[in-house]
Structure formats: structure tokens, C-alpha cells
Ligand binder design. Structure first.
Ligand SMILES: Cc1cc2nc3c(=O)[nH]c(=O)nc-3n(C[C@H](O)[C@H](O)[C@H](O)COP(=O)(O)OP(=O)(O)OC[C@H]3O[C@@H](n4cnc5c(N)ncnc54)[C@H](O)[C@@H]3O)c2cc1C
Ligand SMILES: NC(=O)c1ccc[n+]([C@@H]2O[C@H](COP(=O)([O-])OP(=O)(O)OC[C@H]3O[C@@H](n4cnc5c(N)ncnc54)[C@H](OP(=O)(O)O)[C@@H]3O)[C@@H](O)[C@H]2O)c1
Length: 451
């Protein structure tokens, strides 16, 4: 059976691994990736000061070393190659394209200068070629990060770390330089609901108390409901509450930068100065209301405050990009599917031999390791549905590469990537870092002698 996997993040690599490890099927896997570099958010999302989690790429590289695996980087589904072409050249297709769009607050002023989605800020400091030229102006002293998830925590931490804490990471050189000159002294992480509803992982939250030159600040008043509190029914939430209580009891160092964790506030307008830059954020105080289904919703109370900030980073979640020819679920903002089988969004009829894994399937929740089981689950559907599909004769395996070259697309192989990898690692060694990323696609291709 010949399978095309689109996207080289964790979900795509775990799907490849599950397919290639099967003993009951012989599978050739071609993995298409729009960038010349593999690994999706492991390279372009995971924070540079979290190097340990990135060692997972060793597992992915060993999958890539299997003889029936082929990497076709620098090929974007939807423009360089079409879904129809893939259907002709492969027995089955797996979409593993992640969530590359950001969710919007939908408030006045959202698009103005210095109001920048976290997707952009994260891509910028991680050297993702799409965001190399993002305008990140760190001449401001106070920044609001909207959202109570781990991405908000990442963004706040990177803004507040010292250059010494970052230079021996794989942070992009342009971001390190900008952060060296940063004027940011205070960051506000804003949650629309309460501390008990925050989506932070305890480990990530706790780390905020260990920064070299920044201290967390929590208003004990905002934790008032948890003073005599024993525990919730959720161990993670309990840990978060204990950490927040410890932060509230701390005295921040006099000259340290500050990270304020605020709850029960929703931004209602980004306020502009005369030049059209962010000059503040209008916040409405919320109260919580339990719904009949047990969930807890935030409702505005009408009480307003203006937060004096010069930059706003909404970190309120991601969504799947629409790809030409791939069925899209408008409501969930993922590729339309039933348990990983792609479906027509209107009729819900299954589209034979097309599958989806990872964030493109489930939306933007979950950690890297969770994709191993989830992708293997979808691969079991593929094998169950796949009886007989390999009988359909296909063009020669190299025909797809010839087709791409004919239209001027130069696929980047895994060996090509290894060359780029070597260059990055050697450049990084100069500053004691694991790598110094090449951040322009053109520069990558030039290094490979393709441009
Ligand atoms: C900022 C951030 C930090 C995170 N940090 C952690 C962490 O520390 N620990 C942890 O466990 N989890 C972390 N996560 C979660 C983790 O990154 C995700 O669970 C995981 O990466 C999702 O995997 P995926 O393969 O579905 O998508 P992705 O990793 O996004 O991979 C999708 C791939 O598809 C490619 N692609 C997209 N469209 C096309 C196309 N049309 N044609 C070809 N290729 C395409 C993309 O370039 C990308 O390489 C983080 C997430 C974010 C956003
Ligand atoms: N180090 C790590 O392990 C790490 C790092 C980064 C990301 N990740 C993972 O990646 C996934 C995505 O993370 P994420 O932080 O993007 O998403 P997330 O965990 O879903 O958090 C999104 C946050 O945005 C809030 N929000 C949504 N819409 C809002 C609005 N209109 N106004 C105000 N707030 C709004 C949500 O509040 P409500 O709860 O009220 O909706 C929630 O607090 C998660 O699974 C996360 O754990 C892990």
C-alpha cells in the first residue's frame, strides 16, 4: 500500500511510525511538508527554553530512517500539489496538517499594530519562516497576554526571561537580539474565567516562579474563594490552585520584572494612541455562572477598567487552515471527520481512503505524546478499511516527484534536511546553543544548492 501523509508534526510522524511498524501490511510512506524542515510545532511552537521535550525528534528521525519512508519537504498541499493528484498517486491519504490559523477575540481594535496573535509571536521567536518578518515591537513596558492556557504562559515567559536564560536555547537569533533590547517590565496574563478554570498545566504554571529576573504576582483577593478550600475533584486544578496561592503569598523582589496573573476579566476593546498603536486594553470584570451541564461560563458584570499596556498578545487558541479540496468542518474548524475518517461536512458520508490525525482532526488540545496513541488509532482504521485498496495500480512511485519538478517545485529530502540540521547545529555551537535556526526558506534552498 502507498500512503501520503501531509504534515510532519508529531501526529504525522506517529502515523508514519504506526504504519511502518505493521507486520501485516507493507506500506510505503511519502510525507509531504510545506516547509523544507520537518517536525511541525516541535520546531515552530514548543518554547526554546523547553529543550527536553524537543528530544522527541529523535524518535521521528528514526521513523524517517526506515527504508520505505520518504520525506518531501517544501511541498504544500493545495498549491504545489492538489488533493486530486494525491488521490491518483496514493492508495490512502492522511492529513496531519495541524492548526495553523489563530482564533480571534472579535473585539474592536484587534487588528492594530502591537496587537499580535500569539501564533505570530510564537512563530517569530521560534524562527518559523512565515513569521520571520513579523513586526514585534518590544519598546513598550507593559504587555497583556490574553488567555489562560499554556501558550499564554510560554509567551509571557519568553517576554520576561533574561537574555542569559535564552541564549543557550534554540531561540531564533533575530528574536534573541530583539529581546536583548526589550523594554518590557510587566506582563499581565488575563483569564476570562477563574483560577479553577484555567487551562495551565501545573508544571508550566510553577515554572513562572523560577524565572531569573521576573516574579509572579497574584492578588490574594482574586483567590479569596479558595482560602479555606480543601480540594476540587480535579488533581491538576488543585495543583494550580496551590501554586497560585503560593504566588499570592510571595513578596515580589523590588527590582524584578513582574508577571501578573489576573482572572475574571474579558477584553472588550483594544485602545489606540494617535499613531494607531496599542495604548491600552479595555477590560470588563466577569462573574461565573454554572450551566446545567456542569460547565462554568463567564458573564460580564458591566464593571470596566482600562489596563495600561502597549502591546496585546491574544493566546486564545488555534484552528485548522482550510486546504483546497479537503473537506472542512466550519463549526469545529478542523478537517471534517468521524473518528479520524474524513467525511463530507454536509452529508457526513465517509470519503474512502482519506484520514486525518492530530490537531487537524481534534482541534488544538493535547500534548505531543498523546498523538502517538491517537494516530495509531486512526492507522488501525486505515488497515481495517485498506483490504483490497492496494490492488489499484498506481503510477510509478517517483512520478509524483517528476510532476512536482515539472512545475518548478523542488522537494527537500530527509537527507537534505539533515544537511540543514548540521548547519544549524554548527551555527548554534558558536553561542553554546543546540542550534541556530535558518529562518528563511530561500536561504535553506540556497544552502542545498537548489536556488
Ligand atoms: C506554542 C505551542 C507550544 C507547545 N508546547 C508544547 C510542549 O511544550 N509540550 C507538548 O507536549 N506539547 C506542546 N504543544 C502542543 C503540540 O505542539 C501539539 O500537540 C502538536 O504539535 C500537534 O501535532 P500535529 O502534528 O497535529 O500538528 P503540527 O505540529 O502543527 O504539524 C503540522 C504540520 O503540517 C504542516 N502543514 C500544514 N499545512 C500543510 C500543507 N497544506 N501542506 C503540507 N504541509 C502542511 C505544517 O507545516 C506542520 O509541519 C505546543 C503547542 C503550541 C501551539
Ligand atoms: N508546555 C506545554 O506543555 C504546552 C505549551 C503550549 C501549549 N501546549 C498545549 O497546546 C494546546 C493549546 O494551548 P493554548 O494555550 O493555545 O489553548 P488552551 O489550553 O485551550 O487555552 C486557551 C485559553 O484561551 C481562553 N480563551 C478562549 N477564547 C477566549 C476569549 N474569546 N477571550 C478570552 N479568553 C479566551 C480559554 O479560556 P476558556 O477556558 O474560558 O475557554 C483558555 O484559557 C493545549 O493542549 C496546551 O496544553 C502545551
Amino acid at each position: 500500500m502507498r500512503v501520503a501523509i501531509i504534515g510532519s508534526g508529531p501526529a504525522g510522524f506517529y502515523a508514519a511510525e504506526a504504519l511502518l511498524k505493521r507486520t501485516d501490511a507493507i506500506v510505503d510512506v511519502d510525507m509531504f511538508e510545506r516547509l523544507p524542515t520537518p517536525y511541525g510545532l516541535v520546531r515552530g511552537g514548543v518554547a526554546p527554553d523547553h529543550q527536553k521535550i524537543k528530544t522527541v525528534i529523535r524518535v521521528f528521525a528514526s521513523t524517517a530512517a526506515r527504508p520505505t519512508f520518504r520525506f518531501l519537504g517544501n511541498v504544500r498541499l493545495g498549491s504545489d500539489v492538489t488533493v486530486e493528484e494525491l488521490r491518483r498517486h496514493y492508495h490512502q491519504i492522511v492529513y496531519a496538517t495541524g492548526n495553523e490559523a489563530d482564533r480571534r477575540l472579535g473585539i474592536p481594535g484587534e487588528g492594530m499594530a502591537r496587537c499580535t496573535p500569539a501564533t505570530v509571536f510564537v512563530g517569530w521567536y521560534n524562527g518559523h519562516p512565515d513569521y520571520r518578518h513579523a513586526q514585534i515591537d518590544l519598546s513598550v513596558r507593559r504587555v497583556a497576554v490574553v488567555g489562560n492556557g499554556n501558550v499564554a504562559v510560554d509567551a509571557a515567559r519568553i517576554l520576561l526571561r533574561t537574555p542569559a536564560e535564552l541564549e543557550q536555547t534554540d531561540i531564533a537569533a533575530h528574536a534573541l537580539e530583539a529581546l536583548r533590547n526589550s523594554q518590557v517590565r510587566e506582563v499581565f496574563i488575563l483569564g476570562r474565567r477563574g483560577p479553577e478554570q484555567a487551562a495551565f498545566s501545573p508544571t508550566e504554571l510553577k515554572e513562572l516562579g523560577t524565572m531569573q529576573d521576573a516574579d509572579p504576582v497574584v492578588d490574594p483577593g482574586e483567590l479569596a474563594g479558595y482560602v479555606d478550600w480543601e480540594s476540587t475533584s480535579n488533581a491538576e486544578k488543585d495543583k494550580n490552585l496551590r501554586i497560585l496561592r503560593a504566588f499570592a503569598a510571595r513578596q515580589p523582589r523590588a527590582n524584578a520584572k513582574r508577571l501578573h496573573l489576573r482572572f475574571l476579566v474579558s477584553p472588550t476593546e483594544v485602545i489606540a494612541d494617535a499613531a494607531g498603536n496599542v495604548a491600552g486594553l479595555r477590560l470588563e470584570k466577569n462573574r461565573l455562572e454554572a450551566r446545567p451541564d456542569g460547565t462554568v461560563a463567564a458573564h460580564g458584570t458591566g464593571a470596566i477598567e482600562i489596563l495600561d499596556v502597549g502591546m496585546v498578545l491574544p493566546a486564545i487558541g488555534y484552528a485548522a487552515e482550510r486546504i483546497a479540496g479537503v473537506p472542512y468542518d466550519e463549526k469545529a474548524r478542523v478537517i471534517a471527520n468521524e473518528d479520524g475518517r474524513v467525511v463530507d461536512p454536509a452529508s457526513r458520508a465517509v470519503l474512502a481512503n482519506e484520514y486525518v490525525v492530530g490537531w487537524a482532526r481534534s482541534g488544538p488540545q493535547g500534548l505531543i505524546g498523546e498523538h502517538k496513541r491517537a494516530s495509531a488509532h486512526v492507522v488501525r482504521h486505515m488497515i481495517a478499511d485498506g483490504a483490497g485498496v492496494a490492488a489499484r495500480s498506481l503510477p510509478d512511485r517517483d512520478a509524483i516527484v517528476a510532476l512536482l519538478r515539472e512545475r518548478g517545485v523542488q522537494p527537500v529530502s530527509f537527507n537534505d534536511w539533515k544537511q540543514l540540521d548540521d548547519v544549524e547545529v554548527a551555527r548554534g555551537a558558536r553561542r553554546g546553543a543546540p542550534r541556530d535556526k535558518i529562518v528563511e526558506v530561500e536561504a535553506m534552498l540556497a544552502l542545498l544548492g537548489q536556488r
